[in-house]
Design a binder for this molecule. Structure first.
Ligand SMILES: Cc1cc2nc3c(=O)[nH]c(=O)nc-3n(C[C@H](O)[C@H](O)[C@H](O)COP(=O)(O)O)c2cc1C
Length: 174
């Protein structure tokens, strides 16, 4: 039997981007757990600059697909979480996007741990995507879309990959 630490390690090592989903709703309870994990992420000076928009409406998901050049997977996604940051909550200049990256990564890992597939769809730092998504979702001024994470029960299987590169590892000095 694996201990909890080993299971966590296995979960990190086996996560992959899933871009095809079953035609099956994701339970609200799982979304709540995923959001809990997102807000558990570390942030600079504990500033927690994030907001999350849960999108289930088909017309909205289609709208994002029209705006975003690499979001075709939304076609089969029953739900997506948009991670945003509120600039006014950032107390360490420039750190809000880094905090949101941590929250996004936690979403990906929590989804995987709960048997769901997910993928990081990049929005920040591309201004045209941030503006278009902000407009579509009536996001107020001073709040910026960071990344979208479509979620669903996986309809594709992907294996673990070995990406270890010894030449990228340096000991003590470069
Ligand atoms: C910042 C960022 C932006 C990404 N944007 C997209 C995207 O717009 N569309 C997409 O299908 N995948 C996107 N991805 C997913 C990557 O393509 C994927 O993580 C990478 O190919 C490695 O595969 P893996 O996630 O299965 O390990 C993005 C990932 C990151 C970290």
């Amino acid at each position: 039997m694996m201990g909890i630490a080993e299971e966590a390690y296995e979960a990190i090592m086996s996560r992959r981007s899933i871009r095809a989903y079953e035609k099956r709703e994701v339970e609200e309870e799982k979304i709540r757990k995923i959001l809990d994990a997102a807000m558990c992420a570390p942030s600079a000076r504990h500033e927690e600059p994030w907001h999350f928009i849960i999108i289930r409406r088909r017309e909205t998901l289609n709208g994002i697909m029209r705006i975003h050049p690499h979001a075709k997977m939304l076609e089969s996604a029953p739900v997506a979480i948009l991670v945003c940051f509120e600039q006014a909550l950032e107390t360490s200049p420039g750190y809000a996007p880094l905090d949101c990256a941590n929250a996004t990564m936690n979403i990906l890992h929590a989804a995987h741990a709960l048997g769901l597939g997910a993928v990081w769809v990049g929005i920040y730092p591309r201004k045209e995507r941030m503006d278009a998504v902000g407009k579509l979702l009536s996001i107020p001024e001073g709040v910026f879309p960071f990344a979208l994470v479509p979620l669903g029960y996986p309809a594709e299987k992907k294996g673990r990959e070995n990406r270890y590169k010894q030449e990228r590892v340096h000991y003590e000095k470069w």
